[in-house]
Design a protein around this ligand. Structure first.
Ligand code: S3P
Length: 170
């Protein structure tokens, strides 16, 4: 049987943090967020890390973080950065850590939620619609491959998504 952790993956704006927080309360699990953990370990915002060191450096931090928490993670909901599952090593690590839930969200919903957001370095340049379209097309296969359970989140409240996850996990 898989260890009792729930891992949330999905694109930026798919609701991983909000869903993860509520889910962890309902299950009485700890809530952890890889972006927050990296920011606190580096004592720097994600934006600053990208700005000073670039994306590759950040991706290495993501893998290092997973390696450092994988053995101790128990009864936790782990929300991950949207790019975490791009890397095969990360996908494997996540699957070993618990049940992986992909919060699948359509391009239009993501664009609605992220327009006006200026905290995501990967969406800063160029046209938001084009960036989201390209990244989502590239990444969707990795999210699907990395997931044990897929939940469609469009037009659902956080509460409904959490209920659906609880009905699907074992
Ligand atoms: C990223 C998503 C962000 C954060 C970083 C890179 C990505 O996390 O890790 O800006 O590559 O999709 P959220 O998915 O929580 O926004």
């Amino acid at each position: 049987m898989k260890r009792k952790n729930i891992i949330l993956i999905g694109f930026m704006g798919s609701g991983k943090s909000s869903v993860g927080r509520l889910l962890s309360k309902k299950l009485n699990y700890e809530f952890l967020d890889t972006d927050e953990m990296i920011e606190s370990l580096e004592d720097m915002t994600i934006q600053k890390i990208f700005q000073l060191h670039g994306e590759k450096f950040f991706r290495d931090l993501e893998t290092k973080l997973l390696l450092s928490i994988k053995d101790g993670l128990k009864r936790s909901v782990l929300s991950t950065g949207g790019g975490m599952p791009i890397c095969e090593t990360n996908r494997k690590l996540l699957k070993n850590m618990g049940q992986v839930v992909y919060l699948r969200t359509s391009q239009n919903t993501i664009i609605d939620r992220l327009s006006g957001d200026n905290t995501r370095p990967l969406l800063k340049e160029g046209n938001l619609k084009e960036r989201v379209e390209r990244l989502l097309n590239d990444r969707d296969p990795y999210y699907e491959e990395g997931a044990d359970i897929i939940i469609d989140t469009d037009n659902k409240s956080i509460d409904e998504i959490v209920k659906e996850i609880m009905n699907n996990i074992h």
